[in-house]
Structures are given as structure tokens and as C-alpha cells.
Design a protein around this ligand. Structure first.
Ligand code: NDP
Length: 480
């Protein structure tokens, strides 16, 4: 059984207190590795190492800093298969998905920011004939980066890459539920020659390790991806300490289908946006709204396609739906299906735990589930379920579907299916979401702002903005 270590000051070390937590393989429902149950002492050691490394890393010539990061990205690509396998075992996602999406996107994150810093420039403003103002941006110091379990290495690198590229040193905590790829990543950092202390990875529980990072007075910036409840707690701790905060939080995203859409494209993409990664993607479109004239056709064809999705061993290439990430999470998803029934919903397909034959007999599998007949304002349609569960609701007018779509506390993403150009612009402007995908889903250009409105987060960063987040701006005004 693998024992995972923390990565502090350039070396792999056990937790100071010597305690470990069980790490489960969700496909088989059994412990397969041990993870450090770290605490504030490990975080303190990491902060000391990161503080000591800051002067050298932040002043390193940009081409050298970029080269070290590019080397790490190259090593991720070299180890793609091993990392994809590890991520599948740790998280439950089909290994195929990890191979074509998660791991390639992890190295792309690093490459994007490693090359970006070589082209980054700050601003100068000439104020009439009276003054020249110029802006300097210096790395803010030791950054705290906390990531969730659904896209482990992809979101871990999305947090740390801009911080490291900007010249910050980092204390990071991956989710305790999916630590394995961050552990393998720490070995790649050592191999790539990342100077000691530049990146420190402390494994363990959110309320212990995460909270100690957020509370630490020598960490002036926190970049967090996770649930809205945790985000609120982090904001409550960090705001009175005047920390910079980037919060990428939950979603309850609408997928809006108009009758004039490209039907086949819409149908196959909607299956993906509903059930990819078992619905455990913050950007999944879990509330589907369909124009009434095509509602019955949509329900029939969507349910037929859903029932064809293979639920099974994530290591099998035929599998489309793997296990949910943990037993408590599976129980939460099943409890929402029960709630949907109590709220008057009709289960059109799925709705139950699945027992997969063979080695996965004790895994946490749930059938992809489609529910109709619910009101847009019921709890099932308002709260994030984060599993393979979607609702379908008919609508009559643009105004009506906008009201439905915008009715939750969330505002992460929305998907719109229509071939009508003027409607596209009207709807895209009126949807209260940080991202609106028109006739596509999950398409990402890393230069664009990313993140949510309302309770889906603050600090919508992409491209330069993500780099800027990890810097402190200063204006220097010279009177002519
Ligand atoms: P959580 O909020 O439970 O956890 C996220 C991370 O925060 C984990 O590393 C967790 O540690 C840690 N944490 C927990 N409590 C604290 C605390 N008090 N202080 C500091 N850190 C803490 O989210 P999940 O891991 O369950 O991830 C799923 C959520 O993430 C969903 O709501 C999803 O929508 C959202 N998400 C948002 C994305 C976005 O870009 N907007 C992208 C992906 C996911 P531990 O695991 O040990 O509890």
C-alpha cells in the first residue's frame, strides 16, 4: 500500500505528528493508500520553507523560471498514462477521460502561465503633459492554494501554475479525498529541479490543514476552488485579515434548448454536459430547460441515450460512468434523488445505486438519472447535487426560461442551444453566469476570465488576470 508524503522544502516528508488517514479507491470501496493527516505544524513548516525560497524564486530571470515550469509540464506529458491511471483509481473517473482531458489540461495549465510570464507587461499612463504614471506588479509573497476532488490534478495545477509563474512561492493543499496525483506531481517537481521550498504540498483535512493555510498571517493571498459553504467560511476568516481572495465555487447550471437548435449536436453534447465525470464537474448543466414544442421529443431521445451509458469499472475503456468519489458523496446524491421524488418528480431513468459485477462490486456507483415534473424553484432544482442527476423542465418564452435559469443563488455557467443570432445575444447578455456557452460546452480558452457570479465565486480570473491576482500593483507617479 502506498504511503503518501508531504512535499515540504523540496523533500518528501511524513507528517510531523505521524498520523495518517485512509485513502479509498471508490471503484472498489476499499482503502488503497495512506495520506498524511497533517496539521498546523506541517503548514508552519511549509510556510517557513516557502518564505525562505521567496527571494530567489521571485527574482529569478523570467526565462529561467519559465524553463523550470515548462520542464514540469513536459514531465506530466511523459507520465500521462501513469498519472491518468492514478487519477482514475483515486477519483473514480473513467481512465479514458483522465487521459484525454484531465492530465493534458494539467500540463496545458502550466505551459500557459510559464509562457505567459515571458510576454507579460505592466501599464504606463501619460497624464497630459504633467505626469507619467507607471505600474509595477510584484509577486505578493507566499500564496495559499486549495483545490477540490473532482478534477484533482487539473484544478490543482490551475491554482498553483499562475502563482508560481508570477513569482510567488506556494503552500498548497489538494483534497484529502484525491491526493495521489498531487503526490506524484511533487515527485515530478523534484525531478524537474524546482528549487526547494518554492512549492510545498501539505496533505490532510480541510478544517485542519486548509484552515491553517487560510489563517496563516504570512500567507497574504488565498486561491480556492471548492464548495460554496467552504468558500463562505474561508471568506469569513480571510476578509478581516485583508487577504486577497479568489473563490471558484459551486454551480447549478442551466442548459437551455430552443426548438431551432442543431438537434443532434445539442443532444450528444447535452449527454456530456449532464454526465461527464459522473456529473462531478462544477460546470455540468444539471438543469435542462427545453422549449415546449420539442419537450416530449427531447425527453424521449435524451432518456434513450442516457440508458445507453455504460456504468462500470473506470479502468475499462467502454465505461462512461464510473463510481462517485466517496461513500458519503454517493449517499448525498441518492438522498437528493429521494428528495426529488418527495417534491413530486418523476424518475424517467436511473435513480438507484448500481452493483457492478467483479472487482467493483463494492464501488460507489449510481445510475445516470433523469427527472421530470419538478418546479424550477424546488430544492432539487436549486441546490447543487454534483452527481449524475439532471432535471428537465419545459418553457414557453425567453422571459420565462431566463427567470428559471437565473433563479438560483449560483451563477457559474450556462449553455444555450439556438441557431437564432439575435436571441443568442439577448439571452447571453441576460443570463447571470460567469460563462455562457453557445452551441457548445466546456470549451476553454485559458486567456478568458473564468469563474462565477453570485454565490459561484469572486475573482473571475483567466489569462493575465490570474497572474495579476498573485501580484501587488503599485503606481509610481512622476511629475514632469
Ligand atoms: P469542498 O469545499 O468540500 O473542499 C474543497 C477544498 O477545501 C478541499 O481541499 C477541502 O479539504 C478544503 N477545505 C474544506 N474545509 C476547509 C476549510 N475550513 N478551510 C480551508 N479549506 C477547506 O469542495 P469539494 O472538494 O467537495 O469539491 C466540490 C465542490 O467544488 C463543488 O461545490 C463544486 O461545484 C466546486 N467546484 C467549483 C469549481 C469552479 O471552478 N467554480 C470547479 C470544481 C469544483 P478536504 O477535501 O480535506 O475536506
Amino acid at each position: 500500500m502506498t504511503t503518501i508524503h508531504n512535499y515540504i522544502n523540496g523533500t518528501l516528508v511524513p507528517p510531523a505528528a505521524g498520523n495518517y488517514l485512509d485513502n479509498y479507491n471508490p471503484a472498489i470501496g476499499a482503502v488503497y493508500s495512506l495520506i498524511p493527516d497533517s496539521d498546523h505544524i506541517d503548514v508552519q513548516n511549509a510556510v517557513v520553507a516557502a518564505s525562505a525560497a521567496f527571494a530567489e524564486w521571485s527574482s529569478m530571470p523570467l526565462d529561467k523560471r519559465s524553463a523550470v515550469l515548462m520542464k514540469i509540464a513536459d514531465l506530466i506529458d511523459r507520465d500521462l498514462s501513469a498519472l491518468a491511471l492514478a487519477e482514475s483509481i483515486d477519483q473514480g473517473k473513467p481512465v479514458k477521460l483522465a487521459t484525454v482531458v484531465d492530465i493534458p489540461r494539467a500540463s496545458a495549465n502550466i505551459r500557459f502561465f510559464a509562457t505567459g510570464i515571458q510576454h507579460f507587461s505592466s501599464e504606463a499612463h501619460i497624464t497630459g503633459n504633467e505626469a507619467v504614471n507607471y505600474t509595477t506588479r510584484s509577486p505578493i509573497g507566499v500564496a495559499g492554494c486549495i483545490s477540490p476532488w473532482n478534477l484533482p490534478l487539473y484544478l490543482f495545477t490551475w491554482k498553483i501554475a499562475p502563482a508560481l509563474a508570477a513569482g510567488c512561492t506556494v503552500v498548497a493543499k489538494p483534497s484529502e479525498l484525491t491526493p495521489m496525483t498531487a503526490y506524484l506531481f511533487s515527485k515530478l517537481c523534484i525531478e524537474a529541479g524546482l528549487p526547494k521550498g518554492v512549492l510545498n504540498i501539505v496533505h490532510g483535512l480541510g478544517p485542519k490543514v486548509g484552515q491553517a493555510i487560510v489563517e496563516h498571517p504570512q500567507i497574504p493571498a488565498i486561491s480556492f476552488t471548492g464548495g460554496t459553504v467552504t468558500g463562505k467560511r474561508i471568506a469569513a476568516t480571510a476578509a478581516p485579515m485583508f487577504k486577497k481572495l479568489s473563490l471558484e465555487l459551486g454551480g447549478k447550471n442551466p442548459n437551455i434548448v430552443f426548438a431551432d437548435c442543431d438537434w443532434e449536436k445539442m443532444l450528444s453534447t447535452s449527454i456530456q454536459s449532464s454526465f461527464s465525470n459522473q456529473g462531478e464537474i462544477c460546470l455540468c448543466g444539471s438543469r435542462i430547460f427545453v422549449e415546449r414544442s420539442v419537450y416530449d421529443r427531447f425527453v424521449t431521445e435524451f432518456v434513450a441515450k442516457t440508458t445507453l451509458l455504460t456504468v462500470g469499472d473506470p479502468l475499462d475503456d467502454k465505461t462512461k460512468i464510473g463510481p462517485l468519489n466517496s461513500e458519503p458523496h454517493m449517499n448525498k446524491v441518492l438522498s437528493y434523488i429521494e428528495l426529488a421524488k418527495q417534491e413530486g418528480g418523476t424518475i424517467m431513468c436511473g435513480g438507484k445505486r448500481v452493483t457492478v459485477e467483479g472487482r467493483c462490486a463494492n464501488g460507489y456507483f449510481v445510475e445516470p438519472t433523469v427527472i421530470t415534473g419538478l418546479s424550477p424553484d424546488c430544492r432539487t432544482n436549486q441546490e447543487e447535487i454534483f452527481g449524475p442527476v439532471v432535471t428537465i423542465t419545459p418553457f414557453d418564452t425567453e422571459e420565462e426560461v431566463l427567470a428559471f435559469a437565473n433563479s438560483t443563488h449560483y451563477g457559474l455557467s450556462a449553455t444555450l442551444w439556438t441557431e437564432n443570432l439575435t436571441r443568442t445575444h439577448r439571452m447571453a447578455a441576460a443570463l447571470k453566469s460567469g460563462i455562457v456557452w453557445v452551441n457548445c460546452w466546456l470549451f476553454r480558452d485559458l486567456r478568458t476570465p473564468f469563474g462565477g457570479m453570485k454565490q459561484s465565486g469572486v475573482g473571475r480570473e483567466g489569462g493575465w488576470e490570474a497572474l495579476k491576482f498573485f501580484t501587488e500593483a503599485k503606481n509610481i507617479c512622476i511629475k514632469l
